[in-house]
Design a protein around this ligand. Structure first.
Ligand code: GAL
Length: 687
């Protein structure tokens, strides 16, 4: 990790506060556009995303470009000190494009072409759509790239989805031919002789479908990879176009966190930085702490895609409109969730949307400026007060980085394969929840975590956890082996390392690829438990329940630290530890609750010399902690996700080794008893 200030937007290197702004809906009402700027200034907004869905107003008919209105808006914003994240409008096309060439409309897996409607639903392969997009992108880039107010490109919007048209089928076959060279290789990699599904040529291959080929796991996986590939290719065309005219303006696209539709590490490669849209389900009864951990985990995943700070591109000022039950944010939650994003590496707090639309499907989605058009609302005031706070701490926080000695591997392709696998448990193998349950220990102990793809380097870490990493690919097994050899700690869990990159099981001859020697165990069977069943294990004198999956493991070189206490496999190991090279490999053969993970990670962190940023301060449950730093100081973000007041007894001499005193971010020494109101975030500095 470089110790240099991480500057994402050189034209305006500050924390950004703002969001999606859709003035195209009010072009006939100049008084509203004037009022927008007035209210944005009051809310301390310094950046807006412009033009995301404005194509029909930018090019109302073919090659008839109307950019003056946009220029006027950019000028007015700039004069008011508001910068622009300029979008390419490819996320929603105007009607005339579909009328001119229906090739742009997606075909579903039954072969049915969609009618015009909605958004985010174009065919990524269509040469016609790519041409139209390149044209509008070029026109925008030529006109606006030199504008001092345009600080970044927002490429399209939330790329997602697949198309099964002939163009996509042909492109898929080309992709497979490049990958496997011969049909024989493909048949072997996909194990197609099972049920006599061998292909005799690439031309026979079709995308997977419920009504057709849906049992060849390799096909399903490669199709998902192909869909990512086509999307990346489409996106790169857009990036190349804007970069040609605006080489110095950074590009990003807004991702959707843990969404399964695309493999984001591939998308991230060509972006200057990652941005994402965060919509946690706050205030579902009893769920806030989990939601806090899940959101923090997702921020960490987004940051690690490029190993640098990111932009929180969208979030709510209060509520969404699209959940079964749309809760508003309770007082405090807005500040907490925005500062938490910043703690995890965001250089912004941005919202969907600045002004609430009067019509359309999102008219009840919250905004900075609501239908009341007033600055005297609870939501407006909370937004404005956050804006003011961000302005006051921007110089301290901007450009600092997150330093982590612990990594959790979160691998999208492995998840795809896991979800597609039949057995051992076909319901509730919730990969995301499993990964977050391992994350929670660190989040609640003030230990930063990198959430990394399996292709990432492990060199910088002391501890790597690979929960339920069903598929070993991307050379991860070799990197884990080397990591442990040179002294690292690794933890793997049940149902990890079972298959290769095309979802073929490792056999007895693949001991190396399964890392049998690193973990020093042989996994013989795996039992699945009904929700109402459980097993039991005792670790360091305390009993813990076990659920979901129970592997029956034999120790070869490893030592058992705890065993099953029920069923016929009573006495077989649950937690094993093995010394390998200079390092240590733990395996947990089942799943448990937080209690067991806390006990195990207390032990491992002790052994590995991993300390929480607040040392041995006892952190009350429901407080999530993360920190950013630079050469001189650490900024700690501690947030209370519960709706109860919490007290943290903080002693100045209990901070991590080498660190001396704790201050509030505004300079005073922090008192020893810290009171957290419900949903309160405190920013603390450790020097
Ligand atoms: C996002 C999308 C926005 C808006 C928002 C509503 O997924 O990018 O355009 O629809 O959801 O929550």
């Amino acid at each position: 990790m470089s110790l240099q200030k991480e500057i994402l937007t050189p034209k305006y290197p500050h924390l950004l506060h703002g969001g999606d702004y859709n003035p195209e809906q009010w072009l006939d009402k100049p008084e509203i556009l004037k009022r927008d700027i007035e209210l944005m200034k009051k809310a301390k907004i310094n950046c807006v995303s412009l033009g995301i869905f404005a194509w029909s107003k930018l090019e109302p008919s073919k090659d008839d470009f109307h950019l003056d209105w946009m220029e006027e808006i950019i000028n007015n914003l700039y004069s008011a000190g508001i910068y622009v994240d300029l979008a390419t409008p490819s996320g929603a096309r105007p009607r005339w494009i579909a009328k001119e060439n229906c090739e742009v409309l997606r075909v579903d897996e039954r072969g049915k072409r969609a009618h015009f409607g909605g958004r985010h639903n174009h065919c990524m392969s269509s040469p016609y759509y790519r041409d139209r997009v390149a044209k509008i992108d070029m026109v925008l880039a030529k006109r606006f790239s030199d504008h001092p107010g345009v600080i970044m490109w927002h490429i399209s919007n939330e790329f997602e989805g697949e198309c099964h048209c002939d163009l996509c089928q042909q492109a898929f076959r080309r992709y497979l031919r490049d990958k496997y060279t011969t049909i024989g290789n493909l048949n072997r990699a996909w194990w197609t002789t099972f049920w006599s599904h061998d292909y005799s040529g690439f031309e026979e291959i079709e995308s997977p479908k419920d009504s057709g080929e849906n049992t060849v796991n390799g096909l399903t996986l490669d199709w998902k990879r192909f869909v990512t590939n086509q999307t990346v290719d489409f996106m790169n065309n857009e990036i190349n176009t804007v970069k040609k005219y605006a080489p110095n303006i950074p590009v990003t696209t807004n991702m959707m966190g843990l969404s399964d539709v695309l493999c984001y590490p591939r998308l991230a490669q060509k972006l200057d930085f990652v941005s994402w849209d965060s919509y946690p389900n706050w205030h579902e009864p009893g769920q806030n702490t989990y939601e806090g951990a899940l959101t923090s985990f997702t921020h960490d995943y987004m940051r690690c895609l490029k190993n640098r700070p990111f932009i929180l591109m969208e979030s709510t000022t209060s509520t969404v409109n699209w959940r079964p039950v749309c809760k508003i944010k309770k007082p405090g939650m807005h500040r907490l969730s925005m500062l938490d994003a910043i703690g995890h590496g965001s250089q912004s707090a941005m919202y969907f949307q600045i002004r609430q639309s009067l019509g359309g499907p999102e008219k009840f989605h919250s905004a900075v400026i609501s239908h009341l058009d007033s600055d005297d609302t609870r939501v407006f005031k909370e937004v404005a007060s956050l804006g003011e706070e961000l302005e006051s701490v921007s110089d301290i926080i901007y450009g600092t980085y997150n330093y982590s000695e612990v990594a959790i591997i979160y691998d999208k392709e492995s998840k795809w394969a896991l979800d597609g696998s039949s057995g051992p448990r076909n319901e509730s193998l919730d990969y995301d929840r499993t990964c977050v349950s391992f994350y929670e220990y660190f989040w609640q102990h003030g230990i930063n975590v990198d959430v990394i793809d399996s292709s990432a380097s492990l060199d910088e870490y002391k501890l790597v956890i690979a929960p339920m990493l069903y598929m070993y690919h991307n050379g991860i097994e070799e990197r884990i082996r080397k990591f442990v050899q040179r002294g690292g700690y690794v933890v793997s869990t049940a149902f990890s390392g079972y298959v290769n990159e095309t979802d073929l099981c490792f056999s007895g001859n693949d001991a190396d690829r399964k890392l049998s020697d690193v973990f020093g165990i042989c996994i013989e069977e795996i039992d699945a438990l009904y929700d109402e069943e459980s097993n039991l294990t005792t670790f360091e004198g305390k009993e813990y329940p076990l659920h979901t999956l129970c592997e029956i493991v034999k120790c070869v070189d490893a030592k058992a630290l705890s065993v099953y206490e029920k069923d016929f496999y009573k006495g077989f190991p649950v937690i094993t530890v093995n010394k390998y090279g200079d390092g240590t490999a733990y395996h947990i053969a089942s799943y448990s609750d937080q209690g067991l993970y806390d006990a195990l990670f207390n032990r491992i962190c002790d052994e590995a010399g991993i300390y929480g940023v607040l040392g041995n301060t006892r952190i009350p449950p429901g407080i999530g902690i993360v920190s950013r730093r630079d050469k001189n100081r650490i900024i700690v973000f501690a947030g209370n996700y519960t709706d109860e007041r919490q007290i943290m007894h903080l002693c100045r001499n209990s901070v991590s080794p080498g660190r001396k005193a704790i201050y509030y971010i505004n300079g005073d020494i922090a008192e020893c008893d810290m009171y957290f109101d419900p949903f309160e975030m405190k920013m603390i500095m450790v020097k």
